[in-house]
Design a protein around this ligand. Structure first.
Ligand SMILES: Nc1nc2c(ncn2[C@@H]2O[C@H](COP(=O)(O)OP(=O)(O)OP(=O)(O)O)[C@@H](O)[C@H]2O)c(=O)[nH]1
Ligand SMILES: [Mg+2]
Length: 301
């Protein structure tokens, strides 16, 4: 090949995996330069695979954000989330395994066990470097992590502040296969606006409620009507008890109102249109441990 030859066209799937709360979705959003996947301080925020496509000239990376792989109670929703995260490990061209600096846990170890069965390269991303106060700890930390697996690369980053993400992208590109691009250059995701709207509502719910509400709420879009000048969305928040419903609604409906306002503003920004959002809260006992109810609420592979 002479130097005048253009770089080959590359395209491939890159799974972003790791235990809950290490910053996978924050990383995806930074890579894409937009907020596609919801994030929060609470573990187990992401529940589905989310595809984010990044095309730069001859390289198209199809990132797949995944729910945190965890070892919690085996309810149907927890199992669904682990399946959504691990089912793709053998279908991607590269795995980005995200860990949190100085926080190696049993859940990380269990992921290493799963990685032993995959054949694609694995890049280890050590996130939240901004939390490492003594930078002298970096080298021993990397040398410790490198003993756990034969990683193709180990890259320290801060997804929140965008530190060293360009270095990560430079390492990813050459590890992808030579391929034509699968998606048009301007497509960012394969998820519908309807789905993304439900995720934004769920994010506001999680953020507004902090530790008060366990993972037993979900959002279903009943209606998504697009008019030329306004998008009208009717959504239902499902919870598992009347007590949870009361918490979400708040005093004189104040909390539901503030969840609705925050969600409406974000959805409006995302779709660049005026939005009318109507939120309902309904009790549906046991939905999170009921396979059929889960499928009805959009949790299907
Ligand atoms: N200090 C710091 N915080 C970060 C960084 N990256 C992510 N976070 C925070 O870590 C928390 C979890 O981030 P998420 O992106 O939701 O984590 P996740 O791995 O997608 O979590 P799950 O979807 O629950 O598996 C959020 O509060 C983020 O703001 C970072 O580089 N530095
Ligand atoms: Mg996430």
């Amino acid at each position: 090949m002479t130097s005048s030859n253009p770089e080959p066209s590359r395209c491939g799937y890159v799974a972003i995996i790791g235990r809950p709360n290490v910053g996978k979705s924050t990383l995806l959003n930074y890579l894409l330069g937009m907020k596609l996947s919801i994030t929060s301080r609470k573990p187990q925020t992401t529940r589905h695979q989310i595809i984010g496509v990044k095309t730069t000239e001859n390289v198209q990376v199809i990132y797949v954000d995944t729910p945190g792989i965890h070892q919690r109670r085996g309810t149907a929703i927890n199992k669904y989330m682990n399946r959504a995260a691990t089912s793709i490990l053998n279908d991607v061209d590269l795995i980005v395994f995200v860990v949190q600096v100085k926080q190696w846990t049993d859940e990380d170890k269990s992921i290493i066990e799963k990685l032993k069965a995959v054949s694609c390269p694995v890049v280890l991303v050590v996130n939240k470097m901004d939390m490492l106060t003594n930078k002298k700890q970096l080298l021993p930390e990397i040398s410790k992590l490198s003993a756990y697996y034969d990683f193709a690369e180990i890259i320290p980053i801060s997804a929140l502040n965008g530190v060293n993400i360009d270095a990560l992208e430079e390492k990813i590109a050459p590890l992808l296969p030579e391929n034509d691009h699968f998606y048009p250059g301007d497509q960012v995701t394969d998820r519908s606006m309807r789905f993304l709207a439900s995720e934004i509502i769920r994010e506001k719910l999680i953020r507004e409620l902090g530790q008060e509400l366990p993972y037993t709420s979900t959002v279903d879009i009943d209606k998504y009507d697009e008019d030329p000048d306004i998008v009208r969305i009717h959504a239902t928040i499902y919870v598992e008890s009347a007590g949870q419903k009361a918490i979400i609604i708040g005093k004189k409906g104040a909390r539901l109102k503030s969840i609705g306002t925050a969600a409406r503003q974000d959805i409006s920004k995302m779709i660049d249109s005026k939005v009318y959002l109507n939120l309902w809260v309904k009790v549906r006992e046991g939905w999170s441990n009921d396979e059929r109810a889960l499928r009805g609420l959009g949790y299907s592979e």
